[in-house]
Design a protein around this ligand. Structure first.
Ligand SMILES: O=C(O)CCC(=O)C(=O)O
Ligand SMILES: [Mn+2]
Length: 194
């Protein structure tokens, strides 16, 4: 069952059990094992930091994106990713040409506040976010209007979250560290690079 989150200036849909536990378990195992996970370094305030998660990026050839000043080329689609992409496209009513994968090894892995607003995603990007493994809290905050309360969604195993329309202009999101969510989690965000 899909629900629309009641947030101003946002178009966000959530399917808590988009994948069955059996499918989710299969994808968690397969993706953990077969994806070319890497831990990138970023430069901030003149210092290098390891990102607090592992990442990988797959997509159609020629669809590069800029990341902390480096141009990244996607790896060619793994067979296990293609049926996933298809079912997510059917639900979203939108075609994707790349996927960013995040591997949160434990509760101390995280992602800070940001919007998915890189120029190569275009004006009103459709972003489909799939989660497998440990349930984690996903926070949303309004970028301009500080009177709008912060919102949280539990991204549980097998869930699909769809962000579209003006969402990225008005909202930021984060995946905070959590001592209460120690297990591993994979997140896939399907995207369309222009
Ligand atoms: O892990 C998540 O649920 C968030 C991932 C995310 O925001 C991103 O990859 O841009
Ligand atoms: Mn994001």
């Amino acid at each position: 069952m899909k629900t629309k989150l009641a947030l101003p200036n946002a178009e966000i849909y959530f399917w808590p059990q988009f994948f069955s536990p059996r499918q989710s378990n299969y994808y968690l195992t397969e993706l953990t094992r077969t994806v070319a996970w890497r831990q990138d370094k970023i430069r901030m305030f003149g210092k290098e930091f390891l990102l607090p998660r592992l990442t990988a990026w797959y997509g159609d050839a020629g669809k590069s994106y800029q990341y902390s000043g480096i141009s990244m080329k996607p790896l060619p689609w793994l067979p296990v990713l293609l049926p996933l992409k298809e079912v997510v496209e059917a639900a979203a009513g939108h075609r994707f040409n790349s996927v960013l994968l995040n591997y949160y090894r434990h509760g101390q892995d995280s992602m800070g506040w940001h919007s998915d607003d890189e120029p190569e995603l275009g004006l009103n990007p459709v972003i489909a976010s799939v989660s497998f493994g440990q349930d984690r809290r996903f926070d949303l905050r309004h970028r301009q209007d500080k009177t709008v309360p912060k919102q949280s969604v539990w991204l549980e195993d097998g869930s699909l979250l769809l962000m579209q329309g003006a969402t990225q202009h008005y909202w930021q999101h984060q995946l905070p560290k959590s001592a209460k969510a120690p297990g591993t989690r994979l997140n896939l965000t399907f995207r369309t690079i222009k």
